[in-house]
Write a protein that binds this ligand. Structure first.
Ligand SMILES: Nc1nc2c(ncn2[C@@H]2O[C@H](COP(=O)(O)OP(=O)(O)OP(=O)(O)O)[C@@H](O)[C@H]2O)c(=O)[nH]1
Ligand SMILES: [Mg+2]
Length: 283
């Protein structure tokens, strides 16, 4: 196997490993880690990393990019490996930026969006962590302001449902908006976009939720509803900044409308009736 494969027995043990390796290595003060989960994003991923660089580098941040790929059959990992000279340890560099690391994780054991994001977040070394889709739904221009706002907030969400937020796909926009009304009513929160999946968080804040990771990070985008509920219940300071989703640039969607609707609804009802400490049994 060319790339490191994250095999996880428990979040706790990985947490300890990460802490240990962080202290053993020469300290690299990374300001921002951008976690990019990919599945068949061959034609998007390098363009997105270039776009992230254009937005983040001028701010003078020290940053790293983590691509967490579920062994995509379209060869996403291979494209990243070649473009950024990824070595046997899964590390490469942005061309011309020797301090900016691109790290590639190819997962072959346990697949799924939420697990990929968890693995990326745990492996990330930055003081602040950003998670976003890799198909250009999420505008990388927002990263600097989201990171800066973490001076005042624990969690910053890119939101379609605050002033000037939106979505090119009007039908999905209205449906998501309605679904968010349902989520807010069920959990009595004030979060406008519970389905966004575009967020920035302070690393130490995220780790304060480590005992809840198994109850949060499973399934698909529904993990975000659970993450937000955990944050809300712990009285975190949460801010929503407007984001306008454009349509995915290349490739195919992994989400069928009805299957996602059913999956999210099962997850939301489970969360409502069993709470945050229990994972759904079939995951
Ligand atoms: N690692 C990993 N990433 C995934 C998986 N499924 C989806 N993704 C990534 O998660 C992000 C969101 O997936 P999308 O297919 O764009 O889902 P969507 O945004 O609801 O749908 P469209 O934008 O309409 O395609 C993208 O970056 C995908 O590449 C998965 O199983 N594993
Ligand atoms: Mg998408």
């Amino acid at each position: 196997m060319l790339f490191p494969v994250l095999s996880i027995s428990s979040v706790q043990s990985l947490f300890v490993t990460t802490q240990r390796s962080t202290t053993q290595q020469a300290p690299r003060a990374i300001d921002v880690s951008v976690v990019l989960p990919t599945y068949n994003e061959r034609d998007n991923i390098c363009d997105l990393i270039d776009a992230i660089r254009r937005e983040v580098a001028p701010g003078g941040y020290v940053y790293e990019v983590l691509v967490v790929d579920d062994n995509s059959p379209d060869g996403t990992a291979e494209v990243v490996r070649q473009r950024y000279n990824i070595d046997a340890h899964g590390e490469g560099q942005l061309p011309g930026e020797e301090h900016t690391t691109v790290r590639l994780f190819v997962r072959t054991q346990q697949k799924g969006l939420a697990n990929s994001i968890r693995d990326g977040l745990i492996a990330a070394q930055g003081r602040t962590l950003v998670v976003m889709d890799t198909d250009f739904n999420h505008d990388p221009a927002l990263i600097p302001q989201m990171v800066d706002l973490l001076r005042y907030y624990d969690l910053v969400i890119g939101s379609r449902f605050v002033m000037r937020g939106g979505m090119e796909d009007r039908l999905r926009y209205h449906f998501s908006q309605l679904y968010n009304v349902f989520i807010r009513a069920l959990f009595q929160t004030q979060i406008q976009d519970n389905l966004s999946g575009y967020f920035a968080i302070r690393r130490e804040r995220l780790y304060s939720l480590a005992p809840l990771f198994p109850a949060i990070f499973y399934g698909y985008g529904d993990y975000f509803i659970r993450l937000l509920l955990a944050a809300w219940r712990q009285n975190w300071k949460i801010l929503e900044v407007p984001v306008f989703y454009i349509l995915r640039r290349h490739g195919d969607s992994k989400t069928g409308f009805w299957s996602i609707f059913q999956q999210y609804t099962a997850a939301v009802l489970h969360l409502r009736f069993y709470g945050l400490r229990h994972t759904m049994t079939h995951h």
